[in-house]
Design a binder for this molecule. Structure first.
Ligand SMILES: [Zn+2]
Length: 172
């Protein structure tokens, strides 16, 4: 009996310190040059992005599937955050997931951070732009090899810049 209590306490000690860590944002990979978070209030982006993009980026809504032209964007280029213009995905990481949302196998290292989202009964992993904090989508573990990740993005939260065009200056 005593042993069982001891084992339970040990289990608690192991589990509990991990719980707060789940709520913290986790940056995926290391950026090639350091990125300073803007700490700009969400409200301040109103008017700088479309009302639909604002709802997704700063009120964590999800667009209807098939509602973004970027689902079918198959040119070479870069997908940038629709708010602060930080590059988030390269076209080489885009693939057809048949979900109706633009899907990627991996983000640009250090430009995306993940957080657990408890809006549905089962927790999901939400991710956002590390610079402006704008919500982009959710990541699932049913993607193609080798990483097995599916970064399911709202097309409205992104802008596409074709390879032959210059990336716009980051917005602050
Ligand atoms: Zn951003």
């Amino acid at each position: 009996m005593k042993r069982r209590i001891l084992l339970q306490s040990l289990a608690m000690a192991v589990v509990f310190p991990l719980i707060p860590a789940c709520f913290r944002a986790q940056v995926i990979g290391e950026a090639s040059s350091p990125i300073t978070p803007l700490n700009k209030p969400h409200e301040a982006w109103r008017g700088l992005v479309s009302p639909k993009a604002y709802k997704i980026l700063f009120e964590e809504e999800t667009e209807r599937p098939e509602s973004s032209n970027l689902v079918y964007e198959d040119r070479e280029g870069t997908f940038i955050c629709a708010a602060c213009y930080l590059p988030l995905f390269e076209s080489s990481a885009k693939y057809e997931s048949n979900t109706g949302w633009p899907s990627f196998t991996q983000p640009i290292a250090g430009h995306i951070a993940t957080k657990l989202d408890f809006k549905m009964i089962k927790p999901r992993t939400e991710y956002h732009c590390v610079r402006c904090g704008g919500h982009q989508g959710h990541v699932f573990n049913d993607g193609p090899p080798p990483r097995g990740e599916r970064w399911c993005n709202n097309g409205t939260a992104l802008k596409f810049v074709p390879k032959d065009e210059q990336l716009p200056t980051l917005r602050s």
